[in-house]
Design a protein around this ligand. Sequence first.
Ligand code: FE2
Ligand code: FE2
Length: 182
Amino acid sequence: MQQVSFIQMKDGTAEEYAFLDQHEKAYIKALPERVLSLLEQLGDTLDGYTVSRLEHSLQSASRAEADGCDEEMIVAALLHDIGDMYAPANHSEFAAALLRPYVRPELAWVLEKHGEFQMYYWAHHMGKDRNIRDQYKDHPWYQSCVDFCEKYDQNCFDPDYPSKPISHFAPMVRRVLAWPKY
Ligand SMILES: [Fe+2]
Ligand SMILES: [Fe+2]
């Protein structure tokens, strides 16, 4: 079979769906390469910052690695702003949705909430509530998100930091995103 013959899904056969499932598995397995190429595109512009979004991401992952974090955490740091290009209004949720099947629930939660927690560092300058993170004060992973923002996000705009290149992190991305496990 080269391709299915149905033009409406309701007419597909079991054989055709088994055939499509093989293609789907191959497509899922190529996810790390698609994510890495999206990450690369974050290097295009500075948008007024001292570093590109790619450099910010590499710096976040490099600092996490230097601190001895495990691979899931390093990859979460590397990809925490991956949604900036396609979901600028809710980039935290984008990263969480992308990584939820691949990183432990605590990290998915940190990714999902990091935008709100980051407001602690800038929102008061814009007439907004910097303490919006307080609503999660009793959450078991509150401190994890505070720590993530303090150590691997708000401080990752140093153009002189010796960040590792994408090629250094690519094997980690391939391992962590190899197949959904959560
Ligand atoms: Fe972010
Ligand atoms: Fe960030």
